[in-house]
Ligand binder design. Structure first.
Ligand SMILES: [Zn+2]
Length: 368
């Protein structure tokens, strides 16, 4: 008997050691961190349906997404803002992402509409920005109103009133240098949810979500479906439904990560944590003295072709510059070493091009 046991151990120990070594190598090589943020929790149930609560659905789906990422991406670290049914103040969620030095923030929610008898159904993926419609504003209001569960929320959130449309003006001119990458991930996610999971398409949208405002990294908020719709609530609670939704988010993540790795291969040395496009170059660049410095410009147009100076598509903007990113021409206006000094100009450009935003260049290369 005794001999048998030591025999088994002698065989097992090398394998156990190998397992240990493998884990520590994997941990050291984790170069990408994704934060999964299941909305609500604890005393905040989120939207409440006929048979379930939003907080439980999104926690379950977040765990499925995390499990899949962990199983298939050894270089990715998954961080949860909560992994149990507990209350997490809204302000804490981006802080967790900051602390983890994450590269991507994914907030998971379910939608609800109680003012209509028949609720719509379908998926929406949001990025931060000013809402384009009252519907989008309503969703942001609902998700932001969770701060009312927190003590002294008026002070904590600097007077932000989630129910007051005026509070949302701050999102209009806010510079968001992660807009493009957030939009990339949102587009991939929406595509997977619609084409893979076959959910009703309610599009990629923009609205002022407090939870996305402070993350400082590419961030999206996914509304996985309407808990107020009987059929969709059933789907959101089914094992098959949750697995399908989790798979879609996982597929979008895998695709995004592939692109991220491609871009990162060309990262400027000494700035390994920053990404840069490999083939961007400046047109009419006179920055010989500032070639080693940071420069900000207003990007207002993306097109598959090159337009000449004075083209009507520029709507009267002079001295337009462009750089090439992949297969597209990206047109910029104005330039400054100080991001804030561009805000008045951005305001002006936005009257002609609503989606204009500030981009950053270092050594003449676009930093994403
Ligand atoms: Zn929610």
């Amino acid at each position: 008997m005794k001999r048998d046991k030591s025999y088994v151990l002698a065989i097992l120990i090398p394998f156990l050691l190998m397992g240990f070594v493998e884990t520590s190598i994997a941990q050291r090589n984790q170069t990408f961190t994704v934060v999964l943020d299941p909305g609500h929790g604890g005393r905040d149930p989120g939207a409440v349906g006929a048979i379930s609560k939003e907080k439980d659905i999104v926690l379950s789906i977040a765990k499925k997404v995390g499990k899949k990422i962990n199983a298939n991406h050894s270089d990715v670290k998954v961080v949860y803002t909560r992994s149990t049914d507990k209350f997490v103040p809204l302000i804490e969620r981006p802080r967790i992402a900051h602390k983890a030095k994450a590269q991507l923030f994914i907030s998971l929610h379910c939608n609800a509409l109680d003012r209509r008898r028949t609720s719509p159904q379908g998926v929406e993926t949001y990025i931060l920005g000013l809402h384009r419609s009252d519907d989008n504003l309503e969703v942001a209001k609902k998700e932001n109103s969770v701060i009312e569960y927190e003590e002294n929320y008026e002070t904590k959130y600097q007077g932000f009133n989630p129910n007051e449309p005026e509070s949302y003006i701050i999102f209009e001119f806010m510079s968001n240098k992660f807009l493009e990458q957030s939009l990339d991930f949102a587009t991939l996610t929406q595509h997977e949810l619609v084409n893979g999971a076959k959910r009703t398409n309610r599009n990629v949208r923009q609205a002022g979500f407090l939870v996305l405002r402070e993350t400082g990294m590419p961030s999206v908020l996914i509304e996985l479906g309407y808990i107020s719709n009987r059929a969709e609530e059933k789907y959101l609670n089914s094992e098959q439904g949750q697995n399908t939704l989790a798979n879609s988010i996982y597929n979008a993540f895998t695709e995004y990560k592939k692109e991220y790795d491609k871009r990162n291969k060309y990262a400027i040395s000494g700035n390994a944590d920053q990404e840069a496009t490999s083939d961007s170059n400046l047109y009419a660049s006179d920055s010989s003295d500032s070639s080693s410095q940071t420069e900000y410009k207003i990007q207002f147009l993306t097109a598959p072709r090159k337009y000449n100076a004075g083209s009507r598509v520029f709507k009267g903007l002079d001295n337009v510059e462009y750089y090439i990113d992949g297969n597209t021409y990206k047109y910029t206006y104005g330039s400054s070493k100080d991001e804030q000094s561009l805000y008045p100009l951005l305001r002006e450009v936005k009257t002609k091009f609503r989606d204009a935003f500030i981009v950053e260049f270092r050594n003449g290369r676009r930093i994403k």
